[in-house]
Design a protein around this ligand. Structure first.
Ligand SMILES: *Cc1c(COP(=O)(O)O)cnc(C)c1O
Length: 398
C-alpha cells in the first residue's frame, strides 16, 4: 500500500466521513410536520404513543419519556431515593452524565474499573467498592454491548442496591434474548442525534416497577400531580393540582416524540446495518496485529452505537494521537470515547485522583472511535478499513 496522506500520499477519500450521523427520511419529516399542524405541541398524544411503543419494543412495563438522556439519569436517581451521603458506583469510561447524575442528588460517584476486554464495568470491582453508604450502581452499556446484567443484578439484590442501566448506547440490544430495558431496575435511553435512534434531543426511563414509575412521572414534571389519590389535601375543585416533591421540567415535546416514533420504526433496519458494518470492521481488523478487537460476550446480541478501534501500541511506531491525526488526513474524522470522567478539572477539584482505574486509563490511551452509522455505504466502510490498514502497516513496529 502507498504512503499515508499525512506523509504526502493521496488521501483515501476526498470527502470527510464523520464518526456518527443521523438518518432522517420523509416519514420522519412528515411526522413532525403533522404535530406542528395539530393541537398539541407538548404533553399531547405522541408522548403516550412513544411510551407505549418503547414498552412494546423492549418488554418493559413502564416508560417515561423526557427531555434528554441526562434528565432521564437525574430522575432515575431521584426515583431511586439517592441523596446526600450516598455513594453511587459507575464506570469512568462513559459520558460525564453517568456520574453527574449522582452529584445532582448530593451523592458521591465512586468509579469502578472496567473489564479490559469488553470495556464495560467489572462486576468484581463493583463488589469490592460496595459498602454501607452504597445506594446504587449506574452501569453503562458502553458501545451498545450489554453490561453483565446477571452478575450486577445478583450483587445489587444481595446488597439492596438499585441497578440503573445507562442505556444511552443500548437501544436494539438484547441480553440473553430479552431487550435491555426490561431487566435492570431502571434503564435510561438517549435520543441525541449521534445515538442509534434520534428525536433531536430526548430521553426515556424504562422500568418494571410501578413505584419507580409514579416517582419518575412526578420528578419529570415539577413534582406536581393531578391524581387525587396522590394528593395530601382535599382538592379545592376540578382545577386543583398539588406539588408533593421538588421536581423539574424535563418534558419532551410532541415534535420530538413523533420523530422518535418514526425512527423506532426503522430500528430493525438500523440494527441490521450497524451489525453488518461492525462485522466488516471486525473481520478486517482481526487480521492486523496492531489492532485489538473488542470482546463480545455471548449473552449480548449487540446493536453497536460506537465502534472502538483499539491500538496495540507495542506493535506500532506511533501513538494514539498520531494515529488519529493520520486518519484525519485520510478524511476519516474520528473521535475518542471516552476521556475517563475523573480526569476532568471539576472532578479533580472534588478530590478524585488519577490512578484509581488503571485499566480504564490504559484503554483511554489506545482508543479511537471509527465512523459507524446507518447511512454509511459499503464504499465508506471500505475506505475506513483501507485507511486504518494503510496507517497500521506503514507505522508497524519493527
Ligand atoms: C449521550 C449519553 C448520555 C446523555 O444523553 P443526552 O441525551 O445527551 O443527555 C448519557 N450517557 C451516555 C453513556 C451517553 O452516551
Amino acid at each position: 500500500m502507498d504512503k499515508p496522506a499525512i506523509c504526502g500520499g493521496t488521501p483515501i477519500r476526498d470527502t470527510k466521513l464523520f464518526y456518527g450521523h443521523q438518518y432522517i427520511d420523509e416519514a420522519d419529516i412528515q411526522a413532525v410536520v403533522d404535530v406542528l399542524k395539530s393541537d398539541f405541541l407538548t404533553c399531547g398524544p405522541k408522548i403516550d404513543e412513544l411510551e407505549n411503543k418503547l414498552c412494546q419494543i423492549t418488554g418493559a412495563k413502564y416508560a417515561v419519556v423526557c427531555s434528554n438522556g441526562t434528565a432521564a439519569l437525574h430522575i432515575a436517581c431521584q426515583a431511586a431515593g439517592i441523596g446526600a451521603g450516598d455513594e453511587v458506583i459507575t464506570t469512568p469510561i462513559t459520558f460525564a452524565a453517568s456520574a453527574n447524575c449522582a452529584l445532582y442528588c448530593g451523592a458521591r460517584p465512586v468509579f469502578a474499573d472496567i473489564n479490559e476486554e469488553t470495556y464495560n464495568i467489572d462486576p468484581d470491582q463493583v463488589k469490592n467498592l460496595t459498602n454501607e453508604r452504597t445506594k446504587a450502581v449506574v452501569a453503562v452499556d458502553f458501545t451498545g454491548q450489554s453490561v453483565e446484567l446477571d452478575a450486577l443484578l445478583a450483587h445489587c439484590r444481595e446488597n439492596h442496591l438499585v441497578l440503573i442501566e445507562d442505556g444511552a448506547h443500548v437501544i436494539g440490544t438484547r441480553y440473553n434474548g430479552k431487550y435491555n430495558g426490561s431487566i435492570a431496575d431502571m434503564t435510561t435511553l438517549s435520543f441525541h442525534p449521534v445515538k442509534t435512534v434520534t428525536g433531536g434531543e430526548g430521553g426515556a426511563v424504562l422500568t418494571n416497577s410501578e413505584e419507580y414509575y409514579q416517582k419518575l412521572l412526578l420528578y419529570r414534571t415539577h413534582g406536581i400531580t393531578k391524581d387525587p389519590q396522590q394528593m395530601e389535601h382535599e382538592p379545592d375543585g376540578p382545577w386543583y393540582y398539588e406539588q408533593t416533591a421538588l421536581g423539574m421540567n424535563y418534558r419532551m415535546t410532541d415534535m420530538q416524540a413523533a420523530l422518535v416514533i418514526t425512527q423506532l420504526d426503522k430500528l430493525p433496519m438500523f440494527s441490521k446495518r450497524r451489525k453488518e458494518i461492525v462485522k466488516a470492521y471486525n473481520e478486517a481488523f482481526s487480521k492486523l496485529p496492531q489492532i485489538i478487537v473488542q470482546k463480545e460476550i455471548p449473552e449480548s446480541d449487540t446493536t453497536r452505537h460506537l465502534y472502538i478501534l483499539r491500538l496495540d501500541l507495542s506493535q506500532l511506531k506511533i501513538d494514539r494521537k498520531q494515529f488519529f491525526e493520520a486518519l484525519y488526513a485520510e478524511n476519516i474524522c474520528c473521535n475518542v470515547h471516552y476521556i475517563p470522567t475523573y480526569y476532568f478539572p471539576y472532578y479533580e477539584k472534588l478530590g478524585y485522583k488519577r490512578g484509581i482505574c488503571p485499566k480504564a486509563e490504559k484503554l483511554y490511551e489506545e482508543i479511537i472511535s471509527l465512523p459507524l452509522y446507518y447511512a454509511m455505504t459499503d464504499e465508506d466502510v471500505q475506505d475506513v478499513i483501507d485507511a486504518v490498514t494503510r496507517i497500521a502497516e506503514y507505522y508497524r513496529a519493527d
